[in-house]
Design a protein around this ligand. Sequence first.
Ligand code: ZN
Length: 223
Amino acid sequence: MSHSTYQHRYIDKSPVELPVGKVVCVGRNYAKHIAELKNETPKEPVLFIKPVSSIVDLDLPLSVPADKGACHFETELAILIGCEKTGQQLPGCDDFIAGYGLGLDLTLRDVQDQLKAERLPWEKAKAFDGACALSRFVKPAAIKDVQNVQLRLTKNGQVRQDGNTGAMLAPVVKLLAHINTYFTLYPGDVVLTGTPEGVGPLESGDQLLVELVGVCSFKTRVK
Ligand code: ZN
């Protein structure tokens, strides 16, 4: 039995014939976002995982916890994994990447600040139910150069995030290879590749437009 109604789908809403697996996320992959949160630049990618129970469909209204402080949006390029390949040799198969989409890495920022201060893991801030909103996916061919895609989030008509994947500290191929040395990526897993600057809180009633500019765009709102 499935734990949620979420299923990976292509942009035309047809189902992707892959299971829904883990979501591996990278923190601190854009220099200007590191600066806005006053974090240190890491020597290698900071990784964390969101479980299946955290995944929701970006097309549906978002629920944010009401009683746990600020809940921030982080707009990220999402990569849907299409086949298994262990170790460093990536991409090792033509369909290793099954699609690209958008992910909102929802983050309980006050909870995270407290956990960081106490040097504790981030799960409560990053892996709660509803913490990972995933869009529908475009086929890989829809993006000519994955390191030159503009990610944009517009909240209530105002552009809040507008960053280019060219600014990633660990570019996609390097990042996937690094992840695979710790967490084998299986078909149906998703990688969230970090957020550019401009993160901020979500409030009930917010209207969001999230875009891979020129590729795909999605509208959603906060319940
Ligand atoms: Zn993030």
